[in-house]
Design a protein. Structure first.
Length: 202
């Protein structure tokens, strides 16, 4: 029997430009991060079984604030600003780099990070920086190799194995396709552990 998806109840709460605008630092928060065109919004929408909870756009870098979705009073998803192709000023890029660093260093309720990478272009410079931040803070990081439907099974598995070999001990990785829902059950299981939805903490 298929297990229920606890993430369908997610709903939008707020956008934050500064850390002080975020909800109170308590409960359990999981952050989604990734390059601007890696499929982060699509992954959130598939996870929550909602077509437009997270805003998807053909213009990379649309998410330029921290967007908070709430599951209940104790559990939240934080959609972090996309990085890479965003056409924003150097001043705003510097601001977000500083905000992100403080977020990872100071946000006590942060339970883990889902790092979204296009399976055709994994482990770019900022991806590696994100992994390093998570490793330094002892924070679990789960990588989604998205758009897996764009590759045949053999090359997709080869990329998965290559990325696995490069990961620090706090990180895990899976293949994922939002359009085919490949890997959705695995992602739900991983996050259910982080949010402590009726299972041992993972």
């Amino acid at each position: 029997m298929k297990k229920p998806n606890p993430f369908r109840i997610a709903h939008y709460v707020l956008n934050a430009h500064e850390l002080k605008q975020l909800p109170q630092d308590g409960g359990i928060e999981v952050a989604f991060s990734g390059r601007s065109n890696a499929g982060k919004s699509s992954a959130i929408n598939v996870l929550t079984d909602q077509k437009s909870l997270a805003r998807t756009s053909k213009t990379p870098g649309r998410t330029q604030q921290i967007v908070i979705f709430e599951l209940d009073q104790e559990r939240r998803i934080a959609d972090l600003p996309g990085y890479g192709y965003a056409k924003v000023s150097a001043t705003l890029k510097s601001h977000w780099r500083q905000v992100m660093q403080r977020y990872f260093q100071t946000r006590q309720c942060l339970r883990g990070v889902v790092l979204v990478m296009d399976i055709r272009h994994p482990m770019r410079e900022f991806d590696e920086q994100m992994l390093a931040w998570c490793d330094a803070e002892g924070l679990p990081c789960h990588i989604l190799l998205t758009k897996a439907d764009k590759l045949k099974r053999g090359p997709a598995q080869a990329t998965l194995l290559k990325v696995q070999c490069e990961l620090p001990g706090t990180a895990s990785v899976q293949v994922f396709s939002a359009s085919k829902k490949t890997g959705l059950d695995e992602l739900v299981d991983k996050l259910s552990n982080w949010y402590e939805y009726g299972s041992d903490q993972g």
